[in-house]
Ligand binder design. Structure first.
Ligand SMILES: CC(C)(COP(=O)(O)OP(=O)(O)OC[C@H]1O[C@@H](n2cnc3c(N)ncnc32)[C@H](O)[C@@H]1OP(=O)(O)O)[C@@H](O)C(=O)NCCC(=O)NCCS
Length: 177
């Protein structure tokens, strides 16, 4: 009898080989504002930029002694986060998970990876903006300890109308505890 294949998530730092995969995910998550691989490369080239790609791979590789890096190269990209650290502050530029795989804690894992990296880079607070009508994102950020600290009226376009953005912040020392 065939055994079911166990899938596992690997969260790996974004490198040049990943720009195309990140762009594809970004375009699927944000079709109203799609970014090319070139744009992803530009963002990653900014000083202080960093990012992570989540990849789903079969669990068998670990048993076969494959490194996470090799397993990630062969896996299916399922989510990403792009961020930037400046002095003691950092910001999430973009985060997204493939729609069919949402609700499985991939977003939380990516956010955790970004928070940990921001701390390593000297960040004490992490900021991001989120559309007021994005319930899933609000839930993700609230679960990670973010609090709302401001509002940008009419920041996002929705066809002919606009939606406010909430500015969220997490104190990284408290958020990572
Ligand atoms: C926002 C997004 C990244 C969340 O990713 P995800 O992998 O589905 O989120 P997770 O499974 O890690 O969920 C994290 C938490 O948020 C909650 N959550 C996620 N989606 C939710 C939803 N639709 N409704 C209610 N709660 C939700 C989860 O229950 C979980 O809370 P818990 O830890 O208390 O159980 C994903 O919905 C997405 O890619 N959306 C499109 C792009 C986008 O809007 N990005 C954010 C822009 S600011």
């Amino acid at each position: 009898m065939m055994r079911p294949v166990r899938m596992r998530r690997i969260v790996t730092p974004i490198g040049g080989l990943h720009f195309g995969a990140v762009a594809t995910l970004q375009q699927l998550c944000f079709p109203e504002d799609p970014w090319s691989a070139g744009v992803i490369g530009q963002i990653m080239g900014l000083s202080g930029s960093f990012g992570f790609l989540a990849v789903e791979t079969s669990g068998d590789g670990a048993a076969a002694g494959r490194s996470d890096e090799d397993a990630a190269a062969e896996g299916v990209p399922i989510g990403y986060v792009l961020a930037r650290a400046m002095a003691d502050e950092a910001e999430v530029i973009s985060i997204g998970v493939a729609s069919l795989l949402r609700g499985r804690r991939h977003g939380a894992a990516l956010l955790r990876a970004a928070m940990a990296r921001a701390v390593e880079l000297g960040g004490r607070r992490l900021y991001l903006e989120v559309a007021q009508d994005n319930a899933a994102a609000h839930a993700l950020y609230a679960a990670a300890g973010f609090v709302s600290v401001g509002l940008r009226p009419g920041y996002y376009r929705r066809g002919r109308s606009v939606v406010d953005a909430l500015i969220y912040r997490v104190d990284l020392e408290a958020g990572m505890a």
